[in-house]
Write a protein that binds this ligand. Structure first.
Ligand SMILES: C[S@@+](CC[C@H](N)C(=O)[O-])C[C@H]1O[C@@H](n2cnc3c(N)ncnc32)[C@H](O)[C@@H]1O
Length: 350
């Protein structure tokens, strides 16, 4: 055991209050390793540049760092705004009564998504609460309520995703039986409990990582993993909850699709020819920071290529290998299949 490990409990009591999801690519299962490895370095500010579920950013908030997160999904940004950027606001009983009991005549979800993901009563509830959330005074309260609402929807969906309609893969879990209203009450409590102050000014951003100027002592890059045969399209999976956060404003619904999804956001990390250049540019941009990159052994660029990219700007490069059984979006790759036993790498350039 190193001195650091005896001094700091990585997965502390506050961290255990993080409301996790089955978000694709979440580092939930290897968060202890990531925490232990990164705590070996000296840093005050931590930039989680592809925040996703926000589990990594939240861990470092609980460890006293000034955390900045970014993700181009509004879904991710909202969760970070609710429990990383926000240190004090919670949804009071009065706020909850307002959300649940104020009538609304909105019916967009009831009409547009009728029979697709949820029953009519759940859709009606979503219409009402979504409308009322906009009337909450504070941005952070809105973010908390939206986070609770999106997590409720993901919990009630088989596999937590919106790539198919109806209830295929319904495994009869209790989560499927609760109404969205019941889920929402539970999730409001969970999110309220996750709010705390670490005395640092943390910040949640919602842009393209390649276009933002952010400075931090340690920059953590966990972009979508590129492989030719797996699906790393976040909008396709989570379009319903992403649309819910944005209230489908500024979104071009693809009416002809069964799922009523909308056009995916463009990311260089979903295209083979752009991924390399995007990594090169990010590493160069953050050359004055400690750079940590999560990536996996079956992806492109491969280990040697990423190490070479880091050596262009850094004197020291270390690669940690974390054994991890990984489940891909692609249906042809089932858990238990050897092709799935990949190594999760954590590259550090310093
Ligand atoms: C592998 S996931 C991150 C997982 C996260 N570390 C966690 O533990 O949950 C990659 C994230 O990058 C986001 N993303 C993809 N391309 C992006 C871009 N160009 N700019 C900002 N975010 C992007 C996706 O929305 C997704 O949430």
């Amino acid at each position: 055991m190193t001195d650091k490990e005896t001094q700091i409990e990585v997965l502390n009591d506050q961290f255990r209050l993080f409301p996790g999801t089955r978000y694709m690519g979440s580092k939930n299962k290897i968060i202890q390793d990531i925490g232990e490895i990164l705590l070996e370095y000296e840093f005050d500010s931590f930039y989680d540049a592809f925040a996703g579920s926000n589990v990594v950013g939240y861990l470092f908030k609980t460890l006293g760092k000034k955390v900045i997160t970014n993700d181009f999904m509004a879904l991710s940004h909202t969760v970070s705004k609710a429990i990383i950027e926000n240190s004090h606001q919670i949804i009071s009983q009065e706020d909850l009564d307002f959300l649940l009991n104020t009538p609304s005549n909105q019916n967009f979800i009831s009409k547009k998504f009728k029979g697709l993901y949820f029953e009519d009563n759940d859709n009606k509830f979503l219409d009402q609460v979504r409308d009322n959330i906009d009337k909450l005074g504070s941005e952070h309260k809105k973010a908390l309520a939206l986070s609770a609402l999106t997590r409720s929807c993901m919990k009630k969906r088989p596999r937590g995703i919106f790539t198919f309609v109806g209830h295929r893969y319904d495994d009869g879990r209790q989560d499927m039986k609760l109404s969205l209203k019941e889920h929402f009450r539970i999730n409001i409590k969970l999110f309220n409990n996750a709010v705390f102050d670490n005395i640092k000014e943390c910040q949640s951003l919602n842009g393209l990582t390649e276009s933002l100027n952010v400075e931090a002592d340690l920059v953590y890059l966990d972009p979508p993993y590129f492989t030719p045969n797996s699906d790393n399209d976040y909008v396709r999976r989570y379009h319903f909850v992403e649309g819910l956060v944005k209230n489908w404003e500024g979104i071009d619904l693809q009416e002809h699709t069964k799922t009523k999804k909308f056009k995916s956001y463009s990311s260089p990390f979903s295209k083979r020819n752009e991924t390399y250049e995007a990594f090169e540019k990010l590493i160069e941009r953050f050359r004055s920071s400690i750079i940590a990159i999560s990536y996996s052994s079956n992806c492109k660029p491969d280990k040697e290529e990423l190490v070479a990219m880091l050596y262009k700007h850094k004197t020291n490069v270390l690669v940690h290998e974390i054994d991890h059984l990984y489940s891909f979006g692609n249906q042809n790759h089932k858990i238990g299949n050897n092709a799935n036993r990949v190594k999760e790498y954590l590259f550090i350039g310093f």
